[in-house]
Design a protein around this ligand. Sequence first.
Ligand SMILES: Cc1ncc(COP(=O)(O)O)c(C=O)c1O
Length: 428
Amino acid sequence: MSSKSFYFSQRAKRTHEHPISYLMAEAVANPDLISLAAGLVDYQTLPSEEILELSKEIFSGGQRSAKNPLQYGVTPGLRELREILLDHMASSDGMTPAELSASVENMIITTGSQQLLFILTDLLVDPGDIVIAAWPSYFVYTGALETLGAEVYGVKIDQDGMIPESLRETLEQIKAEGKLSKVKILYVVDYHQNPTGITLSEQRRPELLEIVKEYSTEHKILLIEDSAYRELTYEGEPPSSIKKFDTNNEYVALVQTFSKTFSPGIKIGYGLLPDELSEPAMLQKGNHDFGSSNFGQTFIYEAFRRGLYKPHVELLKKRYTEKRDVLLNSLEEHFGDIEGVTWTHPSGGLYVWLTFPTHIDTHFEAALFQEAKKAGVIYVPGGFCYAQDRRQEIPMYEARLSYGAVEDEKIVEGVRRLSQAFQSVNKG
Ligand SMILES: Cc1ncc(COP(=O)(O)O)c(C=O)c1O
């Protein structure tokens, strides 16, 4: 055995184990545990039948077209899929690609949208640079920000999403600190946000973009619009994307994924990038893996081409509406009469954000989590969804509940167990 150790990079040293790993391990170690923590999707509706049908069609015959999915592809992704996705994104806003000044060269396909979030951030952020994000926000991205050495400034949200005045105040503060040149990215999860389920209102969308433009005085600030849950809108039509207002394709990277609407096992994400970032992002993608799985992309392409994708999303919307209602009804039943306990009522997505009275600590080591685990249910402690922001103290009395993968009766039982844990802790 050598007495020497490896000398880790600064990036590796900044990377910490994520709490979700602990929550996953707990769920695996104890199969009776009901996990309202994991962000997995519904099992029943995963498209195994569609995949079987498509497989037969794609692979029978042995011609070249049957071999292509098994060969390397190209770095930006299958061109015919990128064309479809460009139209898909633009038409979701009632626009043509030309009206968004966008072409297929601005479309990139990645290994999940997480890879695209990482690449975009890596393109712009050096250690000490600033990323502004909603507070709370999607915590896996926050992990990437830590690794890349970004300083995070959190902006307050309300029931209409990120508050433009708070964004402006934050930017003014950064300016007063003489650090405006360090601001590289504004990150917004704008539909049924992970973790709160909140959607950015229609009115605020152009406002946020205008603020980004206004403060792009020394260089452009990139607005990353993470629309992972856009298509999982259960009530009415989702608002326009922020991208819709970026008609010169200059400031907004619109990022989406098939992980929630089709299959996370296929792990395909995609994005419409500002012209200036398209080529540099492809170069980074080349370094990562010179192209996402051709195999997975082929299934997505064929699902679109044969008209299977959209009906599948409709099916999911129905299923998740039922599950969401089971969760909301259970919360009403068990917490409806308890003063100081509130929760969001999302119109889509996979998450409900539960707020306890401020004296209830939801963290791992605290009594509520321990009692809940004993009773057989776990959740994501809300504190993990807040990036470290030296200006603000992280609230510790919230929880993220996901209803994606949990069966209906287990959602009901999970909330019952959580209320039992809450009662025992609240009594003191
Ligand atoms: C808001 C948000 N963005 C991005 C992702 C990344 O998903 P994927 O890499 O599977 O596309 C997730 C996954 O949970 C998410 O919730």
